[in-house]
Design a protein around this ligand. Structure first.
Ligand SMILES: [Zn+2]
Length: 181
């Protein structure tokens, strides 16, 4: 390295160095600048397995919570937040609600299985869903979503009534069974 080159390197301010992010990779999540986001508290709701359409679900949640009206109240915003995993900023703008996974079906607040999977994928780096979210809040939001997933992954199989065809074992010798395999 020439003298000039090493001098130039030494004079570089490290904070001004732009490190390009490899294509196809999400920039690393950092805690700075993302202090005003919070994970939404987990709550149990009836689980549905219907097709997930995030923007349609958001519209239904908006109408249900009352944030589609003019000057929604703080209560309306708090109600709306229940449909999401993360709220950024003050939580009084539609753009501040991240990772929807609840919906309104038949007037009832429900949890959508596919919405939960999509939100988990987003928080794990897919589709840039976790941009501007602090690592601690991302983890808290993931914990919320994984609790939902556990609701159906831990489901015990329902006891089934199976009617087995009657098999007449009379006349079958042990040696016949052995040779079957
Ligand atoms: Zn939830």
């Amino acid at each position: 390295m020439t003298d000039t080159a090493s001098k130039a390197l030494a004079s570089l301010d490290p904070s001004s160095v732009h490190v390009p992010v490899p294509v196809g990779e999400e920039p690393e999540l950092r805690d700075d600048g993302a202090a005003t986001c919070r994970a939404v508290e987990y709550e149990v709701a009836p689980v549905v397995d219907t097709a997930w359409d995030a923007s349609a679900a958001e519209k239904r949640l908006q109408a249900w919570a009352g944030v589609d009206a003019e000057n929604p109240s703080a209560e309306a915003w708090a109600k709306y937040a229940r449909g999401f995993a993360i709220v950024r900023g003050d939580g009084n703008k539609l753009s501040e609600f991240v990772c929807p996974h609840h919906d309104i079906e038949g007037g009832k607040f429900v949890t959508n299985k596919h919405g939960v999977s999509a939100a988990i994928a987003a928080l794990n780096g897919g589709r840039g869903g976790a941009k501007g979210v602090s690592e601690s809040e991302r983890k808290a939001a993931l914990a919320h979503l994984e609790k939902h997933a556990a609701e159906w992954h831990d489901e015990k199989p329902k006891p089934m009534r199976v009617r087995l065809p009657a098999i007449d074992l009379r006349g079958i010798r042990f040696s016949d069974v052995l040779h079957c395999a």
